[in-house]
Structure formats: structure tokens, C-alpha cells
Design a protein around this ligand. Structure first.
Ligand code: SR1
Ligand code: MG
Length: 391
């Protein structure tokens, strides 16, 4: 149904399209560039005299691998619908959507090029003082707003039904939860790490915990997740934060998004000199504290659950989410080190000894958080354990 009128855009046809849609004047001279540096899509930046937009188009395959990995175009529709929902719960942190077309698999949205991809900025030494507060609010509002607690089970199930996203979930199930624990073809690691990797493949205790976390991902339908909330999915500046790219959106466990954000902060910390890590540690504690406060405020303000006022229920839930997230965080650290999709924070460390040390730490800290997640109940404890491991 999607392939019938699909054709991939070029810089010229993307510019022609935005004019045809009336987003720019016919007579206006436009500049159009393809700026996508992600794994999956084309991203065109189109600029007129006083206005500019982004045209994002899904490709029928994963750009990171090539045409041999076909991928559903339906993800463009998922992304467009997720952006619109996230925009209702968290408008300050979500790009505005101007237009979408299912057949062409495009979303035309607000140009955020005055901001920078947070991963790039963090690698270059930016600290983004508000990124953790904004991201904590975004996660709490979008997750709470789409949960059983806010919507009630019937409305929630109807919405959940429209976000099953099987193909993109399959990518996460494979690349995050499965492949790094086996000698899978998708894995990609430096030969010097082979002893650590083989020991990980042989670690039955770790594999058992990975299997438990995978099951949570497969079966929990707590809320509409962003689904891929790493620092490359965030545009930021000193004052602003926008969360982009929710093409992996689906109904999953509450702890998943915050885990990916914090894991990517900690991998950036691993790439920094010791005296430059503190801002990342503060982000980890801030995002958790803000998430907890905002989730609690929303819980108290609007809750359809009969047990909402039962003493201990919210506290139990938040602690459970924290423990899950600690495990998901560890898995993200492992897969970004030895799986298919790496992070520039680690791969970009030029000195071989320093890079291998950072990667070994990512693997061992990740495995520790996966196995020991039940013993953690605060972000301060996580940060203390991380600091101890990198001393
Ligand atoms: C084939 S896609 C590889 C990775 O890129 C995306 O951003 C997700 O993180 C996915 O796992
Ligand atoms: Mg992405």
C-alpha cells in the first residue's frame, strides 16, 4: 500500500514539493541540501528568504547497511503520528509537524538547524545545562500521558493498537537485546576486544539477565515510548531542547527511554577527561529526579486508576521502573560498544589505548548494571558506582 506512489526525493524534487504544498512562494529561490547523518533516512534542509523547513523521507532500506536490509516505509507514518502525540503532551520539546504523506513516507517539520545534535555537541565539549531537565519532563509527560493511568485501559489499548511497529521493534530486539550476546553477524567490534567479547558470550548469568530484560521489552505495554532516545535524537542549545526521530515509537516499558538517554550520557563521560565528567553525572541525576517529580505530579493530578491513592503503589512503580531502566541502560552500553550501531563518543577517541580502555569500561559497567539492577534505587547510587568503576 505504501509502495504504489513512493519515489525517493532528490534535493530538487524536495524543493519543488514544498513549493507545491504552498509552504514557500512559487517565485522564491530556495536552497536545498541533504543533511541526514542518521542510519535510516534522507533529511533535506530547505531554506527560502525568511523561512526554512526540514523534509524527512524514510528509505525502503536501512541506510546504515544498504539495500540488502529492506525496511518498512510505514515507519514514516509512525514517526509522524508519534510526533503529533508527543507535541500535545510536550510541545516545547517536540518539533512542529507541518505536513506528512504516507505514500511518499515523508514528514515536513520545523527546521531546528539553529540547534545542534546533542551527541555532536557533547563530544565537542558542550554541556547543555538544561538538557536533562527538559528530557526528564519530555519523557515523564509523553509516557504518563499515553499510559493506562492517564488514558484509562480502553483508550490506551486503542492507541496501543495503532503503534505495534513490528519491524522497528525487531531491529531493537535484535541489535540491543540479542545479537551482542551471541556470535552474530551484525556485531562489530575491534579485534583487541575479542577476549572481553568472548567472555561476555560465555557469561550465562549475564545472558539470563539480558533474556529477562528482553522479555520486558517484548511484553510490557506501559506507554508510547520514543523508542530510540539516545543523544543523537536530541537537538539542543544552551537554552533549548527538541526530541526528534520517534520512528521506533511503540508501547513498551516505562524505563526504556530514560535508560537510553542516561546510557549515552555515561558513554560520553567515558570519552571525557575525568575533570570534564561532572556535568554528565549531574545530567544523570537531574533527568531521574525531574522524571520522578513530573510523573508524580501528573499521577496526582489526573489518574484513572482505582488504586492510585493506595499507599506505596506509586513508590513501588517508580522503583520498579528505576531497576528496569538500570538494566536497559547497561544493555545499551554493551550494544553501542560491540553491536552494529556504535557511538561516535567512543569510536571517535583517537588514541588506541584510551579508546580501548573506554570500550572495556563500557562493557564491564554495562554488564554490571544489567546483572545488579535490582540493587539500585537512585541515580546517585548509579553515578557513585560509575565513578568508582572509572577511578
Ligand atoms: C539499523 S538501525 C541501527 C540503529 O540506529 C537507530 O538509531 C537505532 O538505535 C538502531 O538500533
Ligand atoms: Mg534515529
Amino acid at each position: 500500500m505504501f509502495m504504489s506512489s513512493y519515489q525517493s526525493l532528490t534535493i530538487d524534487s524536495a524543493a519543488a514539493l514544498v513549493k507545491k504544498l504552498g509552504l514557500f512562494d512559487e517565485s522564491e529561490s530556495l536552497t536545498s541540501n541533504e543533511i541526514g547523518d542518521g542510519n535510516l533516512n534522507y533529511v533535506f534542509h530547505i531554506k527560502g528568504t525568511d523561512n526554512s523547513v526540514i523534509v524527512k523521507q524514510a528509505l525502503p532500506y536501512a541506510k546504515v547497511v544498504g539495500e540488502s536490509w529492506p525496511l518498512t516505509l510505514e515507519r514514516a507514518d509512525i514517526e509522524n503520528r508519534a510526533l503529533r502525540i508527543q507535541g500535545t503532551f510536550s510541545p516545547h520539546y517536540t518539533p512542529k509537524v507541518y505536513y506528512s504523506d504516507k505514500d511518499l513516507a515523508i514528514t515536513i517539520m520545523e527546521d531546528l538547524s539553529h540547534l545542534e545534535i546533542a551527541r555532536t555537541g557533547l563530544i565537542n565539549g558542550q554541556d547543555y545545562p538544561h538538557i536533562a531537565r527538559h528530557t526528564g519532563e519530555f519523557i515523564a509527560r509523553t509516557l504518563y500521558g499515553t499510559s493506562d493511568f492517564a488514558l484509562g485501559p480502553q483508550e490506551k489499548k486503542k492507541l496501543q493498537h495503532t503503534f505495534s511497529n513490528p519491524e522497528l521493534c525487531d531491529i531493537t530486539e535484535g541489535l540491543v537485546f540479542t545479537d551482542p550476546f551471541f556470535d552474530a553477524e551484525t556485531n562489530d567490534f575491534e579485534e583487541a576486544l575479542r577476549p572481553e567479547v568472548e567472555s561476555l558470550w560465555g557469561d550465562n548469568e549475564l545472558k539470563l539477565h539480558a533474556a529477562q530484560l528482553k522479555r520486558l521489552f517484548l511484553t510490557s505495554g506501559d506507554a508510547l515510548l520514543h523508542g530510540d532516545l539516545h543523544t543523537g535524537s536530541i537537538f539542543a542549545s544552551e537554552t533549548e531542547t527538541k526530541i526528534i526521530d520517534p520512528e521506533f515509537a511503540f508501547y513498551g516499558p516505562f524505563g526504556f527511554d530514560i535508560a537510553h538517554f542516561t546510557a549515552n550520557l555515561l558513554m560520553n563521560a567515558l570519552s571525557r577527561a575525568e575533570n570534564r565528567r561532572e556535568p554528565l553525572y549531574e545530567h544523570v541525576t537531574t533527568v531521574w529526579n525531574v522524571f520522578t517529580q513530573e510523573f508524580t505530579r501528573l499521577w496526582q493530578e489526573n489518574n484513572t486508576e482505582a488504586f492510585a491513592d493506595t499507599d506505596g503503589y506509586l513508590e513501588w512503580l517508580l522503583d520498579d521502573v528505576f531497576k528496569q531502566a538500570t538494566g536497559f541502560m547497561g544493555l545499551e552500553m554493551i550494544r553501542r560498544t560491540i553491536g552494529l550501531a556504535h557511538v561516535k563518543d567512543l569510536d571517535g577517541i583517537e588514541d588506541d589505548t584510551a579508546r580501548l580502555q573506554a570500550k572495556r569500561r563500557s562493557l564491564s559497567i554495562g554488564a554490571h548494571f544489567v546483572k545488579e539492577r535490582a540493587s539500585y534505587s537512585s541515580a546517585e547510587q548509579l553515578v557513585a558506582a560509575f565513578k568508582e568503576a572509572v577511578k
